[in-house]
Design a protein around this ligand. Sequence first.
Ligand SMILES: [Zn+2]
Length: 384
Amino acid sequence: MRRPLALAAATAAALALTLAAPSSALADPAEGAATTSVESLSPAGSATAAAQALLASLPADWPARVAAAETAYGVTTTPWAALTSQQCGPTAMTDYANAQVASIGGGLMGPLSQLGVFAFPSMDAMLFGTESSSDLFGGSATTTRQLNQEVRDLRRFWDTPTQGVQLVPMHGSDVYSDPARLARVLVAMGMPQDQAAAFAAQLIGIVRSIPALEGGANPLFTLNAFSFTPPAGMPGVTPKIVVGDGLLEAFDAVGLGDLGPRAVLAHEFSHQVQEADGLTPAVVTPDASRVLELRADAFGTYFLTHARGASLNAKRLLPAEQTYFELGDCNELSLQHHGTPDQRLRAAAWGAATAADAQKQGLVLPSLELEDRFQAALPGILAG
Ligand SMILES: [Zn+2]
């Protein structure tokens, strides 16, 4: 994804709204009683009723507030975040995501989504995640080794100040096994501490009561990867790349387990390079957003194929990237669309060709010089 929209002071203030009284419509006791009696025979029915009751105890604008926080932090603008939307696919990736949704059941998905349970692991990683030598990505020692090596290479490769960019995993089960950790996220969203503690405990109880949710380890909780640059006014929050276990599981399921994680990390890191180079405009229009994404594909592939970068074979990498662009092609009509798969492939191929030229001279181009060349090539990337 691109860097999140700058979290302006006004937006931060909006997120910090105090909780209001529950909506009378949602809290209608007759409605709650009817739902409970009908569905109380099955565990899923009980969980649905519990989720609905919890939702009814919150202000009516809670789902909107969760959505606003996701948008402000940029979580929803990644291609992966839309995999379960109606506008997406069908691809093997959307099939995978929809199978996870089906395993949970539509009746429960609605209130869970409105409560925000699928958003909180991302917010936890973004606001509080830190890099650690004990991190494990996707439960795989091999993937972990690859990503840790790659982020070291990325920091060394680019001429921008990216030493402080941390690589952070995202495990849904960490958040849904630790009430204090979940409550911390809720407090960051403006919920009072005592209410957050109670809400977190109830939410964890619901998540852990449904086997398909796997105690938070279901891939839907973490089916995402993003680059996060904290806006001014968030002291102590570091720039980071977050890679979710769910996305890595999905890559494995669709045959992209080898190169997919590496391509994602290189793409996301390119957003940090763009940020450091001042290439991210304060106001991101749809066209500007597309350029940010295509540049991330171009710069990412430049690194991945450069002899002094990851030194991957372009003939092997580009088909894998093509698959990954096609699998994640969602929301064509969205203002935040990343570019069509063809545009993205042309951007990646341009990155590989530019790396091949540069490395003949043993040269890693300064990122701003690479940018000049990218701008010259951009009309062709956009138009084909
Ligand atoms: Zn991106």
